[in-house]
Each structure stands twice: as structure tokens, then as C-alpha cells.
Design a protein. Sequence first.
Lengths: 127, 320
Amino acid sequence: MNVGDTLPPLEIPVTRTLIVAGAIASRDYQDVHHDAALAQEKGSPDIFMNILTTNGLVGRYVTDRLGPRTVLRKVAIRLGAPNYPGDTMILTGTITAVSGTTVEIRVVGANGIGHHVSGSVTAEVPA
Amino acid sequence: MTADADVKVNATGTAAGREAEEAARFHTLLAAFEGQPAATGGQGKDAVNEPMIRHWCEAMGDANPAYTGPDAIAPPTMLQAWTMGGLSGHAARSSAYDELLGFLDGAGFTSVVATDCEQEYLHPLRPGDVITFDAVIESVSPRKTTKLGTGHFVTTRMDVQADGELAGTHRFRILKYAPAARPVKRPPAQRPRPVINRDNQGFWDGVREHRLLIQRCTACSTLRFPWLPGCNACASPDWDTVEASGAGTVFSYVVMHHPPFPAFDPPYAVALVELAEGVRMISNITGVPYDKVRIGLPVQLEFLRVDDGLELPVFRGSEG
């Protein structure tokens, strides 16, 4: 694994089910993540994915691509364009640093309206 | 401090300067919360457990074998989930944090959105681990204007312990903001209804029967349009009607660009059509793009069904 290597992308269909299941699995009951009418009252066109789900998907992407023995050390993400139902998010990753068994990966999740998430993940990848 | 610098730059006595000064004063108040606890002695509602791990993995579509079986660990990115108050809320939330959010709510920054999450994992969490946490208010940003609206970023840093030992740290940033005004969704606007009165009733009756009726003075035979109670030529109040053949030409026109009116989609041409009978009427031209309408363009009457309650006489032009 070398700096500049890219990880195969992962396509995540952003379904209403994923948004609601992710919110509930992360114990996030903010209405904007499950109630479209209340989300609209607050100025959002629809419900949108919560940050904990995004975080979980970024973690999954890295361990899916680097293998189950990968140990996540750090996940730092910033959200941009919301993930609304019906959209598709494509996660991509680029290796930005390698030091021994530690790698740093820059991860971007792009949806139909922009970059939903950008962040960096540090992981141990046993040889 | 940045906020003080902002005041000096903007304190020009203008409204904008006064607003910046006020924002800086408010930020000074908020910044006093930096370093104060956001949560003290927080306890996870549930110990780390297999069902919650499984629900998480199902939701995320995560089939990593590390998260199942006798040696299962929890997905590291679940860190925050173990600290969530759920529907019953956070008993551990500090009065300082509540007060900070109260100030922000009171200033109109009532909406909240999470923007950043930075987690470090020191030890994996395993089923049975009892979760405790402490959090501190790390920073409150000066007023920022974002696409969502204007507000303040509030950053907290949390230490998460498993059985009393530090297992991970979690830095979380939210934006407390006043939503930017959005155009209120209205039902699609309808074209204005004609005002029908006893002087023009006959005209609209004709439209309903797909007949374009022109008034004719029975005293002097002068045709007139639009409909009026008396003759402009001889002042006679007596009249009958003739039905227009429907043929006409564009006598003059304008193209509407601005301002836009509800139910109209600019740019569009508004034409003064001279009917074959000699009178002129204002109408729309169909069948020809707005920028192809020309004086002298031959047009033919047709009736446009605008919506359930409105039908209008318009004129179809032929291009070229």
C-alpha cells in the first residue's frame, strides 16, 4: 500500500430506510432524521442522514476495503451536502500517509448535490 | 481576541458596524463557556451489548466479522452511540451546556446541525463494557454565516471510558443557527381572473362558447373593443355584436422580462393584435417563441384553456 493508492469506491443508496435505521441504531431521535413533515417545517426538503450514520459508513468503507483485521484508530469527518432519501452516495478513498502498519486515508462521500462527507481515517493494517 | 478585532474594523457607527459590535458582545458572553463541562459523570444507558451492535451493523450494511462471535468488538465508530441519551434524554448534561444552548436559542439560533465528528479509539469496546463519559465545551465560534443560516459553532470534546478506563475521545461540532429565510412554498399561482360585470358579461359569455365577440354601435355601426357601455364615436348606448373571423396581425408587442408575476413565466410576448375587423386587442401569441414575434405577423384566434376555471382568447402565429 502506497501513498496515492486509491480504494475501490463504495456506492451507498441513500434510502429512507437507511436514514431511519441508522438514526435509530445510533439512538438519535432528532425528528429531522425520521419525520419528513417536521424536517420540512425546519426548512429541510426532507429527512436527512445523521452524522453518526455517516461516521459508521465511513468506518465500514475503510474496513471493507482494507480487510476485517484493520483496526480503526481515528475517524475525523466533516459534513457538507446532506444525504436526502433517493440520492446515492459514492465513497472513495485515497491513501495519504503510510508509516509501518499505520495508514491514513482521505475519504470523500459524494452525492447528487455535492460532497456529503470529507474526512480522514487512520487505521492499523496488520501485515 | 478575534471578536475584539472585528469590532475595531467595523465600529464605524453604521448599522452594520453596530450589528458587528452586538455580535461580538454576544460572542464574548458565549466564549465564557469555553472550558466549562458539557457533561459530567455521564453514564451510558446500556453497557456495550451484542443486540445494539447487531442493529448498528444491519443499518450500516457492515458485515465485518470482527463485530460478531465470541471475540466480538463493537464497531469503533459506534463510540458516540453508547453515550446517546435517546428519547429519555441526558441526565449528565451540565447546567453550563444547557445555559449555553439557552443563550443561543434565546438569540434566535434555534436550529441545530452536526457538522464535524473526530474520534480516536484507544481500546476496542466489547460487550459488557460499562460506559461512562465526561465532556467539556471546547470552543464557541464567533458568529458565522453559512448556507444554512447565521449562527455559532459549538465544539465539545468527550472522553469515553469503558469500565473506568479511557477508551476513546470524541470531538463533536454543531452549528446552532437561525435558518436562512426560505421562500415559502405556495400552491402554483393562478392567472388573474377577469373582472366580469354587466358591461363586459357578453364578451365572456362569447369566450365560453369559443366566439370572440366585438361590440357594434347600432346607431353608427362603429365597432369597438374592449367592451364599453357607450359608443366612442356617437355616444349611443345601444349596441349589438359581431363575431370576429379570428384572423389578425400583430400591430405591436412588448416582451416581458421583468418583473416576474405569479403564474407568468418570463420572457413572454404581449401583443396588440389588430383583428381583420379593424379593432385591436391585447393578448398572448402562441406557437411562436417570444423573440420571433414581429409586427405584421399573421395570427389566428384560438382559445387557450388556462386552468379549470379560465379560458382565454389568444392568437397563434406561424413562424417564418
